[in-house]
Structures are given as structure tokens and as C-alpha cells.
Design a binder for this molecule. Structure first.
Ligand SMILES: NC(=O)c1ccc[n+]([C@@H]2O[C@H](COP(=O)([O-])OP(=O)(O)OC[C@H]3O[C@@H](n4cnc5c(N)ncnc54)[C@H](O)[C@@H]3O)[C@@H](O)[C@H]2O)c1
Ligand SMILES: [Zn+2]
Length: 383
């Protein structure tokens, strides 16, 4: 465990039913809002309420609704430039991780500032220029809790994180109504992404008392609420709890760091454009099986916290936790391999090469991951 650690959080977080109304309070004193969102979120009608409330509060509103999912640096740069043209002095991001991450980049890049490429090269040069409000519509990435923005880097065929505390949101609203109609498949894979954040951070070399607190709470909430939140549009309490869990997962990323699940999943997103949630969901079980022996104590603690039945010792508990994880993934119909995504055995060596480039995250994994290990882990999901 780290000897020194710190906790950084967004400015103010509003949570629970009806918290969307807080928009009028958060935007007070501002003139014009740029509402970042995307087509899927707009089609679901989720931009309507924030826009109405911002207008009611007297702000002029401009909608930036054509953001692509999981943008690369060029696409993110275009969004930043579009934002500059709006002349807005307030940003409201209404969407999943893709939308929130793009909004964060805009918040440190206007009215004049560095380009996305410059930020990739040196993230710390950025300064917050525009106040941000994040309203997640997936539960989720936890991006609303982190100082990170993830972009695809086409020439490296992977994704990279731009990390700077200046990108921590000023305000966050977690309201279950925003994920009420979230399609089941997206709810399942993004929920497993949140679970991966918590499990990886709890077992990370960077784990510490702050990250453990939030990661463990996220795990309890996810194991209890993910299935009902996915299956029942009316399960608003479960959805509110999933939004909390995703937020806690984000806090644990900020305080600790993800490990080999995210490390080996990044090339699946960067090279094969598999959605972030799905890429992590596919890699989660193989990597956690690989980590079991090294992380036995942590797995056993999680098993106990989830109210697992008495078991002989830490080893048995760690196996049982893996069984619970597998049962949950099956119930959510998470794919166990990559055959439906156009990735085959012929891609193995490219994946190993790109995966081993992710040393920032692989280095957080308690069990060392060699190229041979990465090859075996990818082979498990390439049938
Ligand atoms: N910044 C961070 O800390 C952090 C952490 C993890 C992941 N990420 C990044 O976040 C991105 C993924 O974000 P995501 O998993 O939230 O997905 P996403 O934002 O890419 O959205 C996925 C799809 O779901 C649709 N959608 C979102 N909310 C909806 C709703 N309520 N109803 C109907 N459709 C909806 C979107 O339109 C989109 O088509 C990736 O780029 C990933 O790398 C960032
Ligand atoms: Zn993730």
C-alpha cells in the first residue's frame, strides 16, 4: 500500500431523485451554456430537461450534440474548436464518458489554450477556463469524478489518458432519471466497467485507505443493484445507487489507479473500436483469475463485505468471489470472448504488442504481467 496518498474530488455533488433541479443553482451568474451531448442521448430525450432548466435560469443555450462516441484526438480537437466558437462561459455535459471527457478538454482549452495533442504530450500545462457541470447518463465510467479524459490515439492504435486535476468537474448531478431508459446492453457493460474500476483499484499497487473506502462501497452497491437497474426501467432506487457506485468507482480511480483489465482492454478500443465497457467486461474475468493468487487477501475481504457465506479460508473465499463475478457476468449476458467483434487469433501478436505498451496501468497490477502472460490472457478471449 502507498505510504502517501491523496483524495481529490469534484466541487459539489448532488445526488438522488429530483437533483436535476439543482441545475438552476449551479449555473447562477453565468451568461451562456454550451450543452455537450451526443445523438444517442438526444434521441433518448435526455438533453431536454437540462436545456429547459438552463433557459429557465436565464442562460442562452447552445447544444453541441454531434460528439462521436469514444473520440480520437482529432475528433476531440474539433469539438474543442466548436466550443470556442460558442463563446459560452458555462459547460454542461449530459452524456456518458465520451461526452464528459470531451467537455473536460474543452473546459481547459478555451478561450485560448493548448490543443488536445499538446495536452497529450504535457497534460499539466492546462488551466481550467470554463466552469463545468457533469450529468452522467451511463453508470458508468465515473468520469464525472475524475481528472481524466481518454482519447484514442490512431497512430498508436490504442487509447490514452490526459490527466490533470484542473479537469475535475466543478459540479456533478447524479439523478437516476437520466439512466431510466438506458438500453440494457449499455447499462450492463457500463455497469461492469464501474465494477472493474472498483475491483482493479482495490487490488492495485496504488490502493490506499481513500481508494479502498470508495472501491469497496462501489463493489457492494454494484453487486446488489446492477441486475435490477439493468432489467427494470422503474427501479429508480437501484439506478440511483448505480450512479453512486459509478461515481465512487471514479473516486477510487482518482485516488488509486486501474490495472491490467483496463491496460489490456485499451488496445481493443483503440485498434478494434470495441466499446470501452465491453472491452473491459470481456477482459475482467480472465485478468481477475490471473490475479487471484496474488490478491487473495483483497478478494477474501471483498467476499466477506458482500455477505458471502462462511468459507474455510482466504483461498476459498477468493475462489468464491470469482464464482460470484462469473455468475453476474453470465446473468448480464456479457460476451466471454471477442468472436463477435471481428477479432481473431491472427490479431494476437498485435494485441500483445499494444497491450504491453500500457505500462502505466500494467505497472499497477500486483502480479507482474509479462508478454507471455498477456498472450495467454488474450488467448482466453480469442476462441
Ligand atoms: N475520464 C474517465 O475517468 C473515464 C473512465 C472510464 C472510461 N472513460 C471513457 O469513457 C468513454 C465511454 O463512455 P461510456 O461507457 O459512458 O459510453 P459512451 O459515452 O461512449 O456512450 C455509449 C453509447 O450510449 C449512448 N447513451 C449514453 N447514455 C444513454 C442513455 N441514458 N440512454 C440511451 N443511450 C445512451 C450514447 O449515445 C452512446 O451511443 C470511453 O472513451 C472511455 O475511455 C473515461
Ligand atoms: Zn473504465
Amino acid at each position: 500500500m502507498l505510504r502517501q496518498y491523496q483524495l481529490k474530488m469534484p466541487g459539489t455533488v448532488y445526488s438522488g431523485e429530483g437533483s436535476m433541479e439543482k441545475i438552476t443553482e449551479v449555473c447562477r451568474g453565468h451568461r451562456k451554456a454550451a450543452v455537450f451531448t451526443d445523438q444517442g442521448v438526444c434521441r433518448a430525450g435526455l438533453a431536454d430537461l437540462p436545456v429547459t432548466l438552463l433557459k429557465k435560469a436565464g442562460l442562452e443555450v447552445e447544444l453541441l450534440d454531434d460528439l462521436p462516441a469514444e473520440p480520437d484526438c482529432g475528433q476531440a480537437q474539433k469539438t474543442v474548436e466548436r466550443f470556442r466558437e460558442t463563446g459560452a462561459d458555462f459547460i454542461a455535459a449530459v452524456g456518458g464518458g465520451s461526452v464528459m471527457d470531451a467537455a473536460k478538454l474543452a473546459s481547459v482549452s478555451a478561450p485560448k489554450g493548448c490543443t488536445v495533442r499538446e495536452l497529450l504530450a504535457d497534460p499539466m500545462q492546462a488551466k481550467k477556463q470554463t466552469k463545468t457541470l457533469m450529468i452522467p447518463t451511463t453508470a458508468g465510467t465515473g468520469s464525472e469524478a475524475t481528472p481524466n479524459s481518454i482519447v484514442a490515439v490512431p497512430e498508436q492504435e490504442t487509447k490514452a489518458g490526459i490527466v490533470n486535476p484542473e479537469m475535475l468537474p466543478d459540479a456533478v448531478i447524479l439523478d437516476g432519471i437520466m439512466i431510466k431508459e438506458l438500453p440494457q446492453k449499455i447499462a450492463a457493460s457500463t455497469g461492469i466497467d464501474a465494477l472493474a474500476h472498483a475491483l482493479e483499484c482495490y487490488t492495485s499497487r496504488k490502493a490506499n485507505p481513500f481508494s479502498n473506502l470508495f472501491a469497496m462501497e462501489a463493489l457492494k452497491l454494484i453487486f446488489e443493484n446492477l441486475l435490477p437497474a439493468c432489467r427494470d426501467p422503474e427501479a429508480i432506487e437501484a439506478k440511483n445507487k448505480m450512479l453512486l457506485a459509478a461515481f465512487y468507482g471514479g473516486v477510487s480511480i482518482t485516488a488509486s489507479g486501474t490495472t491490467a483489465v483496463h491496460g489490456l482492454a485499451y488496445p481493443l478500443g483503440g485498434r478494434y473500436h470495441i466499446a470501452h465497457g465491453i472491452a473491459n467486461a470481456v477482459m475482467l474475468l480472465p485478468v481477475m483469475r490471473f490475479n487471484r493468487e496474488t490478491c487473495q487477501k483483497e478478494f477474501a475481504r471483498i467476499y466477506d463485505a458482500l455477505g458471502g457465506k462462511p468459507a474455510a479460508d482466504a483461498e476459498e473465499k477468493s475462489w468464491r468471489l470469482l464464482e460470484r463475478l462469473e455468475t453476474l457476468l453470465r446473468a448480464l449476458e456479457i460476451p466471454a470472448d471477442l468472436k463477435d467483434f471481428g477479432v481473431g487469433r491472427e490479431d494476437l501478436e498485435d494485441l500483445v504488442w499494444a497491450g504491453m505498451e500500457e505500462q502505466r496501468l500494467l505497472g499497477n497490477n500486483k502480479r507482474r504481467v509479462t508478454a507471455e502472460d498477456a498472450r495467454n490472457l488474450y488467448l482466453e478471449v480469442l476462441t
